[in-house]
Design a protein around this ligand. Structure first.
Ligand code: SLL
Length: 256
């Protein structure tokens, strides 16, 4: 067997954009008709790992591309109140749908195909059931209000970066270019705590990730970096002043 594929392509980085998160809706009387849903459950939800781009005219956030060309398995670790809390998903869609009553942290472990020769990637997502609120609103709106607000979306964009990939893995990746994100938004912006400005826009629609958001995020990070540097400088100067003061006081003590 040829060993060519086992060679690492040094100095090269290649990434694939993904999103992970959840969608949740309140359970309706219609949903309960089957009779299998425990009475204390209030919501149905889906947690997923998907490609960042959304399929045109789809009512799904992300998921335009099938990620199984580089992902072998996604393990979702649910709260211990769930039976079989560890859910292994070995084929797309990499998602788990459940019903429940509470929010909790979900561990998401992404296992790559063997060719990648990479360790699994572990992510954490806080399952979000209740609508995003703005200051002044009650934390959890009553069901009749929440119902009108529509499905709750909580999604995080991320990039899986492969450094120095094996040649055969690189071939697999390049054979599957990701669907590019749209340049500007056609749909509401998926919100995130870092991006509260988009809160209102995201209500009552299916959000979508765009390249504009990426630019905005970069600008926010740049801005935050500048603020941190300015604060650092300010505190450094305060420290220098205090040290001078300390030195003067020491001298006075020594001279007295
Ligand atoms: C809370 N710390 O107290 C969280 C835990 C657990 C939610 C939430 C499943 C219930 C079931 C369910 O919704 N667990 O299967 O009976 O809010």
């Amino acid at each position: 067997m040829s060993n060519d594929g086992k060679v690492r392509v040094r100095g090269l980085s290649i990434f694939r954009p993904i999103i992970y998160g959840n969608t949740a809706t309140l359970l309706t009387t219609e949903d309960r008709k089957g009779g299998n849903i425990p009475p204390d459950h209030t919501h149905k939800w889906t947690v997923a790992v998907r490609s960042a781009a959304s399929a045109p005219d789809s009512d799904i956030v992300g998921g335009a591309d099938d990620l199984s060309y580089f992902i072998k398995r996604v393990t979702f670790k649910l709260h211990d109140t769930y039976t079989n809390a560890t859910r292994n998903i070995d084929k797309p869609p990499f998602e788990v749908s459940e019903t429940g009553w509470g929010e909790f942290e979900i561990q998401i472990r992404i296992l790559f195909i063997t060719e990648a020769g990479e360790k699994p990637m572990v992510l954490y997502h806080h399952l979000k059931l209740h609508p995003w609120t703005v200051t002044g609103e009650p934390e959890i709106p009553p069901p009749e209000v929440a119902l009108k607000m529509g499905p709750v979306h909580s999604w995080q964009y991320d990039e899986v970066v492969f450094n120095d990939p094996f040649q055969n893995f690189l071939n697999i990746l390049t054979a599957h270019p990701p669907t590019p994100l749209p340049t500007v938004k056609k749909r509401p912006v998926p919100f995130h705590l870092a991006n509260p400005g988009s809160l209102e826009a995201s209500r009552g629609g299916i959000p979508e990730f765009t390249r504009l958001m990426e630019k905005e995020e970069a600008a926010r990070l740049e801005d935050a970096k500048k603020k941190v540097a300015a604060e650092q400088e300010r505190w450094r100067n305060i420290l220098i002043e205090k040290e001078k003061e300390l030195e003067q006081l020491r001298r006075r003590v020594n001279n007295s």
